[in-house]
Design a protein around this ligand. Structure first.
Ligand code: SF4
Length: 449
């Protein structure tokens, strides 16, 4: 679902800092691509390519295809009726008519399921319609097998109720900033080890705008051909103009309601400040002629539905932002795991839990039904601000030893091998918590407005 919402603000983004479009002539089997990439290129060349999922990964794959000299024919999305008619200049429609037509022979249309997460419900639908993996059906991981998180800031200025970072407990996880030098080394290693790396997410448990070197990090990553995404509470004094000029590909603004209701769950934040910064961000984007996509990620609680949700949607329209409401949840899995073992939640988490639309019991029940499905986080490689590589992005508490104390010195294959053998993963799967977050992402939003 996270990849299923989009709007086309194309008119707001005159050509400015788009990445170079390479010609297909350069990329033939013996050209710029090699091995599996060249094989993939051969299979896709000359066919109509449809991207299922119009969110962040849909766009990442669309850009990757462009780099390879291939043009996507269109986007499909189950939320198409509520979105704009086109994405990145390609038509957007619902997936059902396309699936009903079925595959069209050896050189017929190709379907690419783009979400890295939440693809489990899409794959069986495509296969039931006759599409076959490797022939006319592909996944995001065929184009970008890993999702990379590089945490540039392990510090946050707010005290959000649902976030363990907000409880500011240094004994659970130390805070600090990644240096530009470390960032450069991490990005170089990612690029060297994984030529298919297609996106760097520069946040997880901290506020990236607090790192003064962020603009340069963005510039360098993009110059190296790595698109970047950031997420911010936008409740900080930061050089938004410089950030916009650096040109992140994706900028998420995290909110939970408007006015005093926002300040209740985004504790320590001021709504007036977010609103003023949203306006500034939109202006900076336009002045920099940036193609940066800006999304408002709206954490939906019982106290911020109805009028506030409509208000946030209107604000997005005004500034040319995309709007993504998502059911709120407690984001530190160790707290949910602890509760299953009889440990009470910290008071702030208890307060957040009392405001959830989808209760923790409901979510656990649904997660257990999906327990046999793979873990969506197993292909996520996270590099913390201190260059360690934690087992999992969803666990804040660092009691578990990391997969590597120094990402720069541990090969990717070894990091993956260690995760497979990790006791934390074994415990997590035994509690079905590896499916817990998906439950919230996939939970219907009907009647919220
Ligand atoms: S199994 Fe659990 S701990 Fe392991 S990567 Fe998946 S979500 Fe994280």
């Amino acid at each position: 679902m996270a990849d299923d919402r989009a709007s086309d603000n194309k008119g707001l983004f005159p050509a400015g800092n788009s990445r170079p479009h390479r010609l297909s002539a350069e990329l033939g089997p013996n050209g710029g691509l090699d091995g599996d990439q060249a094989d993939l290129w051969r299979r896709l060349r000359g066919r109509d390519i449809f991207l299922w999922g119009a969110g962040r990964w849909g766009r990442v794959i669309c850009l990757r295809l462009e780099e390879w000299g291939l043009e996507a024919a269109g986007f499909l999305d189950s939320k198409a009726d509520r979105l704009s008619p086109s994405v990145l200049g390609r038509p957007l429609s619902r997936p059902e008519p396309f699936l009903a037509q079925g595959p069209g022979g050896p050189r017929g249309p190709v379907l690419i399921i783009t979400p890295h997460f939440f693809k489990e419900s899409m794959l069986p639908q495509a296969e039931a319609a006759g599409f076959k993996r490797g022939r006319d059906l592909f996944l995001a991981e065929d184009f970008a097998p890993h999702h990379y998180i590089v945490e540039v800031s392990g510090v946050c200025n707010l005290r959000c109720l649902a976030c363990p970072r907000g409880r500011q407990t240094p004994q659970a996880r130390r805070g600090g900033f990644m240096s530009l030098k470390s960032f450069r080394a991490a990005a170089e290693k990612i690029k060297r080890e994984d030529p298919l790396a297609a996106n760097l997410q520069l946040y997880q448990w901290g506020e990236p705008l607090l790192n003064p070197e962020l603009p340069q990090m963005i510039e360098e990553a993009r110059a190296a051909g790595l698109p970047v995404s950031i997420s911010s509470n936008l409740n900080v004094e930061a050089d938004l103009e410089r950030v916009a000029a650096a040109g992140p590909d994706w900028f998420r603004v995290s909110v939970s309601g408007t006015g005093s209701d926002y300040e209740r769950t985004h504790a320590g934040g001021l709504w007036a400040k977010v609103l003023a910064n949203m306006e500034r961000l939109a202006r900076s984007r336009d002045q920099a002629r940036s193609r940066m996509r800006i999304e408002v990620y709206y954490h939906l609680y019982v106290h911020n539905q109805g009028r506030q949700l409509s208000e946030a949607r209107e604000i997005c329209k005004r500034f040319g932002f995309e709007f993504q409401p998502v059911q709120a949840y407690l984001i530190g899995l160790e707290e949910v795991s602890g509760q299953l073992k009889g440990r009470p939640f910290p008071p702030e988490a208890q307060q957040a839990a009392s405001l959830l639309n989808v209760t923790i019991d409901q979510a656990l029940l649904a997660a257990r039904r999906d327990a046999a499905l793979p873990c969506p986080a197993e292909n996520v490689i996270m590099v913390d601000w201190d260059l360690s590589a934690p087992v999992c992005l969803m666990y804040f508490d660092r009691k578990q030893p990391p997969l590597s104390g120094n990402f720069l010195q541990t090969p990717l294959a070894e990091i993956k091998r260690r995760r497979k053998a990790s006791p934390l993963c074994a415990l997590c799967r035994s509690q079905a918590l590896h499916r817990y977050c998906d439950v919230y992402y996939n939970w219907p939003l009907k009647d919220a407005e």
